[in-house]
Every structure is written in C-alpha cells, then in structure tokens.
Design a protein around this ligand. Structure first.
Ligand code: FMN
Ligand code: SF4
Length: 377
C-alpha cells in the first residue's frame, strides 16, 4: 500500500503509454500528475510533487519517445474534488464539492501561494524529466476551475469577487509555470469553459479569460467543462451508440433509445476559435473518422484528442492511418471511469471475461468497500 501511494511511476503505466505511442498516437497528454500532496485526486495516482519522482517520469518519457511520439505532463491539483480519504483538500471557499458533496474549508493566501508554487516546481520537474511540454488542468471541477466559477469561489479578495479576480488564480499559475520553464517550452491548458452545474460559469466569462491566459503565454487550449455534477458531464455516455452497436457490445439497456451526439464540446471549441488567436484541442466524444475529419476541415479545432477510444484500442491512430473508416469500438459505457482509484486503467468490455470480473466486483460490494471517497452518482 505504501509504495502504491508514493506517487511513483510504475512499469505497467510505462507499458500502457508506450503501447499508445507504438499505436500511432502523435502526442500523448498524461493523466493527472498531482503537483502537491493535497492535490491528489484518487488513491494510486502518479504524482510530480517531489524530485524523487523524476527518474520514474523520465523512464515514461523515454518509453514514449523511443516509439516516436511526444508526451506532455498534465499538471493537476484536484482541489476539493479529491477522492483520497484522509486528505485536507484545498478550495477557494467553504462550498461542498458538487461531485463528491465533500465539505471543505476555504484556502488561506499562504495555501494558494503554496499551490501556485507547486505548479511551478512541477513544471521544472517535467522539463528535467524530458517531457515535450506541460498541460495545466484547469477543468472538470479541479482546483483551478473551482477558482474560476462563481458557484465555488465566494471570496472577496485578490482571488475572487468578480469575473476578473476569479481568473486571478489561473493567471498566477500560468505566470508561475511560464517563469519556471525555458522560453520555447510548450505550455498548454485544459480549460473548463462552462460549468455543467446550473447558474455556473458561462462563455461570456470564460472566453475573455481564455484570451488573457493565451496572452500570458499559453500555446494551446483544450476545451472541456468546468464544475461537474456527475463524471458523465465530461465523459458523456453511449456516444454514437445505436441499437445494433449496443447489442454487439452487450449493452442491452441501450437497445432502445437514440445514439448520443458526437463531439459534444465542439461549440466550446468554436467559441474559443472565434475570439482567441490560439490552437484549440477538441476532446469529448470523437467516435467516427468522418467527424474527426469534419472538425479539422471546418477549422473548429486544430487537433482532435481522444481518451476512452484509446483505452479500448491503443492502436486506433495506426488503424485510421491505414485506412480504417467509421466508428471506433468504444461504446462510452464508462466502466473504465467507474473503476478509477479501484483498479489500473483498462477497458472492461474486452476481452469479455473482464465484464464478468466487473460484475463480480460490483456484486461483492467492491465499490462500497474500497478506500475511495465516492462520487454522488
Ligand atoms: C478513465 C478515465 C480517466 C481520465 N483521466 C483524466 C485525466 O487524468 N486528466 C484529464 O484531463 N482528463 C481525464 N479524463 C477525461 C478525458 O481526458 C476526456 O476529456 C473525456 O473522457 C472525454 O473524451 P473521450 O470521449 O475521448 O473519452 C479521463 C477519462 C476517463 C474515461
Ligand atoms: S470500458 Fe471500454 S468501452 Fe467502456 S468507456 Fe471504457 S474504454 Fe470505452
């Protein structure tokens, strides 16, 4: 248990990312690497919060580079969305996290400055480990998006009180990270453009903020949602799954009902592209080769990114380059997401035996018993 919670890189993870690189992914953005201990999201997560972790991170980078891909380190702080039991999470204000319901205290100036410094120190470690860039996580209800939202930032000081001050923490992090890395080193950000919770952040506030962050030195923006009421707000379920595909993948409850739409964050990408001079990465529900081509051809985004399709088919990009057309295999069932913090990342639908293992884990109460603060859904 102690080694699992050390935040160190593991051999299975190096293998997983190396497989993606060998499978033709051009640039990989890692999963969250927590920048300070209290910013850890889930048990078993890998960190970038101290120098001892650099050799392991370097091994990861070398594994990916040797197979011809680039790799960015995702610098993250979970804020009050941490699901690690026993941590004292950080948040802008004492507002229970919308996803976990966890109560939390508002951070002091010192806490906030420490968190900012942790992002800078983590960026330096990423450079030392040989990463090709850093990608700051400012979406999906984690700390930076909590500062950016009127629902979770109730402060009235330099870190909150109006639109401009709600953007101050994101700006401080970008400035700190930019100051910590060489001049040409790529710094990008996953930005929560709208809260998935009622009365939350909207594009009127987030698009001008994105423009200021680009002026401060971001090289690209990946669009996503901010605060979430459910994990499916950023990872929508059953995207492009019609009755036939549902039957093939044993999703019997989806055999009636229409397929959910692809590329569900495309309007956010379009909104940023219209106002901000930057490269935009579109993630979220890219499931057909025709949609991927259309997004790029339309200019709505400069890059398409995928998460779940690559969990199921790590060699998907090579297949597409070789002429594969149509839908990807992933049916967005989110079993891989449900097991976060419980089991290493894998697709739970293939091979089929894994579905049985999932069912047994659930029936035996695994999700209730394991040491993870549950989400509310
Ligand atoms: C199991 C799992 C883990 C994820 N972990 C991260 C993460 O560490 N950092 C991040 O920015 N997004 C993470 N995401 C969200 C994805 O990056 C992506 O935004 C979302 O799944 C929608 O894209 P997709 O439809 O291609 O899966 C995760 C998603 C899944 C399913
Ligand atoms: S478990 Fe497999 S099919 Fe389901 S969302 Fe994850 S990768 Fe896709």
């Amino acid at each position: 248990m102690a080694e699992r919670e050390s935040g160190r890189m593991t051999d299975p993870l190096v293998d997983l990312y190396s497989k993606l690189a060998a499978g033709g992914v051009g640039a990989i953005i890692t999963g969250h690497l927590y920048v300070e201990q209290r910013g850890k999201y889930a048990p078993g997560q890998v960190g970038i919060h101290n120098d001892d972790l650099i050799p392991g991170l370097r091994r990861l980078v070398e594994g990916v580079h040797s197979r011809g891909a680039m790799i960015f380190a995702q610098l993250a702080h979970a804020g009050s969305q941490s699901r690690v039991p026993g941590l004292t999470p950080l948040a802008p204000s004492p507002v229970p996290n919308p996803l976990t319901g966890q109560p939390v205290a508002g951070g002091s100036d010192i806490d906030i400055e420490q968190a900012t410094d942790s992002f800078a120190a983590a960026a330096k470690r990423a450079v030392a480990a040989g990463f090709d860039g850093v990608h700051i996580h400012a979406a999906n209800g984690y700390l930076i998006s909590e500062f950016g939202s009127p629902l979770t930032n109730k402060r009235d000081d330099r870190w909150g009180g109006d639109q401009q001050r709600r953007g101050a923490f994101a700006r401080a992090v970008v400035d700190a990270v930019r100051g910590a890395v060489p001049g040409e080193f790529p710094v990008t950000m996953k930005v929560g453009m709208i809260d998935a919770v009622e009365d939350g952040l909207g594009l009127d506030e987030s698009v001008p903020r994105a423009g200021l962050l680009v002026e401060a030195g971001l090289d690209a923006i990946e669009v996503s949602c901010g605060l979430m009421g459910a994990p499916t707000d950023s990872a929508n379920t059953y995207v492009a799954v019609g009755p036939r595909r549902a039957a093939q993948d044993l999703l019997l409850h989806r055999m009636i009902g229409s397929p959910r739409p692809e590329a569900y964050f495309r309007p956010l990408a379009r909104a940023v592209k219209a106002e901000v001079d930057t490269k935009v990465i579109l993630v979220g529900g890219l499931r057909s080769t025709s949609m991927m081509r259309d997004v790029i051809a339309s200019g709505d985004a400069d890059f398409v990114a995928m998460a779940r399709p690559l969990i199921r088919e790590p060699d998907l990009p090579s297949q597409i380059q070789a002429g594969r057309e149509g839908l990807v295999d992933c049916t967005s069932c989110n079993l891989c997401l449900i097991h976060e913090g419980h089991h290493p990342l894998q697709c739970w639908r293939t091979p089929r035996i894994r579905l049985l293992r999932h069912a047994l884990y659930r029936l035996r109460g695994g999700f209730r018993q394991a040491e993870v603060i549950p989400t509310r859904h």
